[in-house]
Ligand binder design. Structure first.
Ligand code: RNT
Ligand code: ZN
Length: 415
């Protein structure tokens, strides 16, 4: 045990917090790391350029252009991320090896190489997402809510195929897989009919859920949104729509903290949903003025999200996933910064005397509550974080050196 950690341990102990327990718990909380930071959400199935109202901006050299490059980047970036990791894949990352297979026909075998890779690098599971953007069958910006029956059916079939693939991942890793449904559907300008698209989406979801699948293996979630670029006036899959759908059909809600009005907080929504749901899924991101998916920083709202998970004893109920994509900086650095910050925030939350704080609130002792919360902010957190990294066999603050070297030897050559 290094000296600085010993001192930090005492400092936290004075507030009734055991740093050893915190370190042990942190190492057990899985974080699902998205594959799409590595290639600017382009995918491997040749679906087409990024669409659906999301955008990756920037032109930093080194984007992964194929499966091999993406795997190499993931391996390198993940080697700098502490803690338990899962891989979050999109259907557009199917490995087709030249076969002509459209998204309604993809099968577990198209993800076999991903499973092998994930096992090889010691990941704890794979989560999955149907890809209903960047494809010719998103007609007039609509997928599952399309008035064109052929289009709507195509995407229903795609989602059903994705459930089978998610089941395969669950079997391979002996742990449940999250399958998250997000669609870009909406209108740029004032619609004439706000109900019918939602009824069509409802029908599509009913059809998808009608297949026989093991609900212990596949956790299906629906991800709502406020608006997208070019889809500013109306979003079919809104928050109210999905929350009601999920509640009535026993599925899960996924909260992406870039998908609400700027003064709505996901940290506050987590406990609201925990009152009703067994599970809540997250896309942790950082929106700057809009759903810009900037790299996750170690900021107040991130800490608040982590606190809601930890102090409600919900680490096994809240499925933490990351969702950001920045192409204007080194992509591996972006990946690592965001994942490390998620881990830091969880550690921060684990180092709060949560029982004590709750009691002060219940006793109406708001002065002491404020005093204590402020004192906690300046405890020697860094020393505990450094100790965690050491125990995880991870480089400390100098991790970026590894990325810089990789940039020089590998990324810069991708032209
Ligand atoms: C889009 C959603 C969605 C995507 C990823 C790629 O606004 O957040 O989750 O970012 O699935
Ligand atoms: Zn998201």
């Amino acid at each position: 045990m290094n000296q600085i950690y010993g001192y930090a341990k005492q400092a936290y102990d004075a507030y009734g917090v055991d740093t050893e327990t915190a370190l042990k718990k942190l190492a057990e909380i899985p974080v699902s790391v998205h594959c799409w930071q590595g290639d600017d959400v382009i995918g491997l199935d040749g679906g087409g350029s990024l669409s659906g109202g999301i955008q990756t901006t920037g032109n930093y050299p080194g984007r992964a252009r194929n499966f091999e490059e993406l795997k190499a980047d993931i391996q390198k970036a993940f080697s700098l991320m502490p803690g338990k990791k899962r891989l979050n894949l999109h259907a557009s990352y199917a490995i087709l090896n030249g076969e002509k297979v459209d998204r309604d026909k993809i099968k577990p075998e198209h993800f076999k190489e991903w499973v092998e890779f994930a096992k090889e690098i010691g990941l704890h599971g794979i989560d999955f997402n149907p890809t209903m953007f960047s494809h010719k069958n998103v007609k007039d910006g609509l997928s599952l809510s399309s008035p064109d029956e052929n289009i709507r059916k195509f995407w229903v079939e795609h989602c059903k195929a994705c459930i089978r693939i998610a089941e395969y991942f669950a079997d391979e890793f002996h742990a449940p897989t999250l399958m998250n449904i997000w669609i870009p559907d909406g209108y740029k300008d004032v619609p004439a009919d706000r109900l019918s698209p939602r009824l069509r989406l409802k029908k599509s979801l009913d059809e998808i859920l009608s297949i026989d699948y093991d609900r212990n293996k596949v956790i299906i979630a629906v991800e709502s949104k406020v608006f997208g670029i070019g889809v500013e006036s109306y979003t079919v899959g809104s928050n109210e729509f999905y929350q009601n759908y999920a509640a009535k059909n026993g599925i899960c809600c996924l909260l992406d903290n870039g998908h609400y009005h700027p003064l709505e907080y996901v940290s506050d929504k987590i406990p609201a949903l925990l009152a009703f749901y067994d599970r809540v899924a997250l896309h942790v991101t950082r929106g700057v003025r809009w759903d810009s998916d900037h790299v996750v920083l170690f900021e107040d709202e991130l800490k608040e999200i982590a606190k809601e998970i930890i102090r409600n004893d919900a680490a096994d109920k809240v499925m933490i996933g990351l969702d950001y994509f920045d192409a204007s900086i080194n992509r591996l650095a972006a990946w690592v910064v965001g994942q490390r910050n998620m881990q830091k925030a969880l550690l921060w939350a684990l180092l709060q005397p949560n029982g004590k704080l709750k009691k002060l609130q219940d006793d109406g002792n708001f002065t002491e509550l404020m005093v204590l919360q402020e004192e906690l902010k300046t405890l020697p957190f860094e020393a505990v974080w450094a100790e965690y990294l050491e125990r995880q066999n991870m480089p400390g603050a100098d991790w970026y050196e590894t990325v810089k070297q990789y940039e020089q030897t590998v990324l810069i050559k991708r032209k």
